[in-house]
Each structure stands twice: as structure tokens, then as C-alpha cells.
Design a protein around this ligand. Sequence first.
Ligand code: ME8
Length: 655
Amino acid sequence: MTGLAPRPFYVTTPIYYINAEPHIGHAYTTMLADAVARSRRLLGDEVFFLTGTDEHGQKVERAAQAAGEGTRQFADRVAASFRRMCGDLRISNDDFIRTTEPRHFRAVEEIWRRVEAAGDLYKGDYEGWYCTTCEVFVPETQRVNGRCPTCGGKVERLKEESYYFRLSKYRQPLLDFYAAHPGFLQPRIRLNEVRTFVEAGLQDLSVSRTSFRWGIPVPGDPAHVMYVWFDALTNYLTALGFGSGDPAADARVGRFWPAVTHLVGKEIIRQHAVYWPAFLMSAGLPPPARIVAHGWWLMGGAKMSKSVGNVARYQDYVRVFGVDALRYFVMREMPLGQDASFSEDGVLARYNADLANDLGNLVSRTMTMIGRYCNGVIPPGGREADDGLDAALAADVDRTVAAAVGAFERLETGVALQEIWALVRSVNQYIVRREPWGLAKDPDRRHLLECTLYQAADAVRVVAALVDPVMPEASARIRGMLGVGAPTWVGLAAGGLEAGGRLGPVEPLFPRIEGTVEDVRAMATDEAPQTPAAPPAPPAGTEAPPATGTLSIDEFMKVELRVAKVLGAERVPRSKKLLKLLVDTGADQRTIVAGIAEAYEPEQLVGRTIVVVANLKPAKLMGIESSGMVLAASEEGGLPALIGVEGTAPGARVR
Ligand code: ME8
């Protein structure tokens, strides 16, 4: 692929209504689009990634009234929460569009004028039902028990003058377009549904309203504001610069349109796959290349929704698990096109099994052993043993690259992650079979030890590159530990790691979260933010990073090590590993939670003199505030042994 001009790739999320703040549903589409955008950048494509807010319409106007705020002020406030979500979730969008911006008015007016010039607009009277929650007209025949068939909400009777769009005229052009572009709507079953709907005949569509004002006025007839979907869909062109009259923007439209992938939830397929291409055809523009419709996150069996109120806040999960873990969960758990359940136990289980155990363990043991056995320098590879394990692992790495990249191209992030995790498990097994800790005891087997650690580190490098679209922070942290730079998928293959490089500082990646869902819930609502991605105080015995790099004496002296006496000790309920200690540090008495319960009974500890880090920032573990950390030594996989200094009074400085 090198040497070829980059392919343009344009990806969008729906623009979200700002009647309420974002929840996991909006966060999901945005994170998915981000992963897609990042994967395309890794492939060398020229990417434009757009998200934003849909701010007009009756629903927003009413939400502002209910909040007792002016509509514009309300719009600014809630739109800011969607923009903040992008920052919070490390979204790499190139633009954030708000439909209340002047650039958008210009673009929509231009589309309206073109559609009008094509003879596709006429004035009439609308009488019928309207669902304000979905902002859609509901034909009499589609009401279910008098309610909206999509959201189940109340519909209202409307009777007002309206402009109509000649949607009926586009029945055959749409069917021809679907036939010529079978990949237009994915999953494919959705295209069949849309085709059946269009084949049954299309009614002209009401595209303006006169009974409220919060919208874009119809050019030349300001008593009408445009129907919010006519306005909203055009955002995808506005952001490219359509309607600005600027030649550079026209060139951008030419480059990225129609090479677009619209990611949407399945409830807004009709607007994207029927109305939008028809508006575009009328305006003399090509329909979008691809619409990908995903399923719904369910909460308690029902679609998570702002209007219903059964929502999970993304912020709560970020606080407990970190951004990357939330991104991993949603992209691993929802098969593209299908619904999935969102639950705290689901996130907790995946966090501990896949991230802390599989990936965290692989990275930690690989780095630890290179630190311990190779002085923190990547050893040379290439000296293979006759057991075939090395060649098999390299082949596995290359196969995984192809499979995962292919899955990302199809937007099947769950499949991609399954492939990557199969590799993570294979590398863990490879390490177990080779037993580097055994090889390290025999100088004659030094070559095999080095080859094994090289291969493991090289596979970790590839895993870091492959997970980058889903977990950009974890990927960067792994690369930081390995001492390698920004990844690319162009030419990604086994054996690319350079020997001789020095490891960066080694840090725990995803510390295990001990505790039940109830603990997690309590942590989520705690005021103090918990970011396991960079834990302030990992309990002793959970990780053992090797000594790599050097510290100045000043840096070392920043760590306040003090002798302390254990006054009391008890098990932390529901935790296998944690003990809650009350210690006397000479200056004060404080609580420290330590991961030593598998090695010590509480009663053995009372009266013992230990060493603690006295100036660590306090952290909450299982809901208990821990002020410091106890020092303990542990061998790889072994139990922690407390460091003690008998005969020294509490408070004595250790240096
Ligand atoms: O429909 N599961 O905005 P909206 C998965 N403004 N995704 C969900 C979800 C759930 N439970 N809930 C919401 C609109 N989403 C229009 C779009 S586009 C020109 C105009 C996501 O605020 C999903 O992407 O109701 C869905 O399509 C979108 O949010 C709807 O957001």
C-alpha cells in the first residue's frame, strides 16, 4: 500500500438531539466511529471524522421550556455536554458540528433551493399524527394502540400548512440505487427491509412546520421552519464546507463525498436510507456510499433511552474502570447490528478476565522478565528452538494481523477483539510452555531465554498496535513500556521489534478490581475519581515492575518510606487479597489497604513493624480509603513477603 495516494475515508455518527445529556448509547456510536476512524488512519487513509449535535425541532424547544431556560442557552449548555463527552472518551473527531451554526444554515438553505429548483417541493396542508420524541410523522395505519411504533410514546394530532417533498417520485430511483449498490446498507438484512418498505410505495413527506419557531426558516417563506430531519441530515455535507462558496471547500466535498460511512442506530435507518438519498438525488448529489446500522444497548431489557430515562452514564464507568476499559467492553460485547445488554457485572467481568488477567498479565510478565533477566533491554530474537513454538507464534501473529484488520474494515470490532485476544492467550501459553524462569537458571539456555522473551515482546508490540483503535491509552502505555513509537498497520508483521531497545518505566496496565458489582456501584457514585488506568496506590503484591532506568537521589527521596507498627488488621469483606491495616507511622495513625491477605492472617500482623510509603496520594480500594502502601517483596506469581525492620521505632525514615 505504501506509495499509493491515501484513500479518502469519511465517517460520521448521528448528530444527537440535545433534549438531554448523553448516555452510553450515544457514547457507543461515538466510540465505535472513533475506533473506525483510528483504524483507517492506521491503514494510511485520509480520514475525516464528524460528530455533533442536532439542535432544532419541537423536542428540544420543549425540553428547554421544561428546564425553564431560553432555547439557545439550553442548547449551548447541553451541546457542551456532548462536546465534553468527546474529550472524556478520547474521541479523535476532526469536526464537531452544531446545527445552530451559521455554516449549517447556509448549507441547508442551498439544499432546499436545489430541491425546490428541481420541482420537488409544493405547499399543502398536513393533517395527521406526529411523534415529538422521534420527530417523525406517524401514518394512521402505523400507530400501535394509538402510540408511536418506534418509541411507544404519545403521538399528537397536527393540522397545519406544510411544504411537501415529492418523495413518491423517488421510489424507482431509490430501488435502482439499492440494486446497483448492494453494500449501501449494512447489515444486509436491513437493506431488504428498506427495499420492501420502498417497494410498497412512498408518500410525499411533509418537510416544514408552522406551529413552532425553533428551526431553520424556509428561504423566502419564513413563516415555515424546516422539518428537523431535512435540516439534520444535511449536516454531513455542511461539515465538508458545502454551501460555503469557497473553492477549497468544494474540493473537499468532491474528495470526501460520497466516500462516507454513516454509522447510525437501527431506529433511524429510514431517514438515512430512504429520505436522505432522495433529498440528495433531488439536489443533484450522489447518495452516501454506506450506512451501517447498529443495534441497541438495552438496560433492563428495554432500549436505553433519554426519553424513557433507563440510562447508564458513561462517566460512572469511566470513573471506575477507565476510558479504555469502557471502550473495550462496548466494542467487544455488541455484535454489529444486534442488540446487547449493558450491565455493571458485564463490564466488571470483562475488565477482570480480559484486561486485568489476559492482557495485563501478558504485558506485566513480559516486561518484568525482560527487566529481570535482560536488564530491561530487548534481547535479540531469531534463535529458534526445534519445538516449533517460535515459528507457530510468529505465524499466529501474522494471521491475527490479517484477521483483525479485516474485521476492523468490516466494522466488526467484536470479531477483531476476539482475534486479538486469542493471540494474547496464545502468547501467555507460549510463555508458560517455555518457562523463561526455568531457562534463566541455566546459562547454556540463555539463547532460548532471549528468543522467548523477544518473541513475547514482539507479539505484545503487535497486540498494542492492533488494540490502538479501541484502547488508545493502553496501547500508548504498552508502547511506552516497550520503548516503541507510534504504530502503523502498514507492514505490521511478526519480527518487527528492534532488539537492543531499552524498556521504558514499567507500570501496571489494568489492576484487578477486587469486589462485587455493589462495590463497583458504590465506587461509581463516589465523589473521588478512581482511575484504575493510573492507580494512585496499587496494593503491595499486585505488581512487581522490574528496575529499569535510573533515579536521581532527589527523585528517590521524594518517596517517604517510614517504619510503621501494625496496630490492627482485618480482612476486607468480599476480597480474597485485601487486608485493612491500622498502622502507627510515628506521626499519625492511618488506614492502609494492602494486597497481602493470601500471605498473612490478620492476627499474625498485629504488633509487627513494617515499612510503608507514607506520602502516597490516598486512594479508595473496595470503598475503603487507603493512605499509603506497605512494602513487600514477591517473586513472579509468588506470595508477598512484608519488609520489616525490627527494633526500629515507628516514624523512622527508611533510605
Ligand atoms: O436520532 N443503543 O438523535 P438521538 C445504541 N438527532 N445506540 C443508541 C442508543 C441505544 N440505546 N440510544 C441512542 C437522533 N443511541 C437524531 C439523529 S442524524 C442526522 C440525526 C445512539 O439523540 C444511536 O447512534 O436520538 C442512535 O441512532 C442515536 O444515538 C440517536 O440519538
